[in-house]
Design a protein around this ligand. Structure first.
Ligand code: TYC
Length: 114
């Protein structure tokens, strides 16, 4: 919470000596919830088509978007695949990790505060 010194018409800049028109206002700051980046990591074994499928299935991307982002991860080693609230990010990471494990691929997905 912060306080604002409000100047009235007859206030001179720089001074409010004994001025009865000084008003203290409370300014309510809306807190945005923190956001989390979901990251996909490259590895040498997970098939490209599996990663494309993961991005389509869990991140709502088109095949073209998924293919492009998969190639970015493949070339750069890591990429942000989405930004979400803490709860949604955790769910995405779990979904990807569970799906990869079930298919016996070493694909890694993590999250970090933005
Ligand atoms: N590097 C993998 C391959 O050549 C493909 C891959 C891309 C794996 C993205 C993981 O997050 C990944 N088969």
């Amino acid at each position: 919470m912060s306080y604002l010194l409000k100047m009235s018409e007859n206030d001179k800049p720089g001074g409010n000596d004994g001025d009865a028109s000084v008003v203290l206002e409370t300014k309510t700051k809306t807190q945005r919830p923190p956001l989390y980046k979901v990251l996909l990591l490259n590895d040498d074994f997970t098939p490209m088509e599996f990663v494309v499928h993961v991005l389509e299935r869990f991140f709502g991307m088109t095949h073209a978007q998924s293919f492009e982002l998969m190639l970015t991860v493949h070339k750069k080693g890591v990429a942000v695949v989405g930004v979400f609230s803490h709860e949604i990010a955790e769910t995405k990471v779990s979904q990807v990790m569970d799906f990869a494990r079930r298919h016996q691929h070493p694909l890694q997905c993590t999250m970090e505060k933005e």
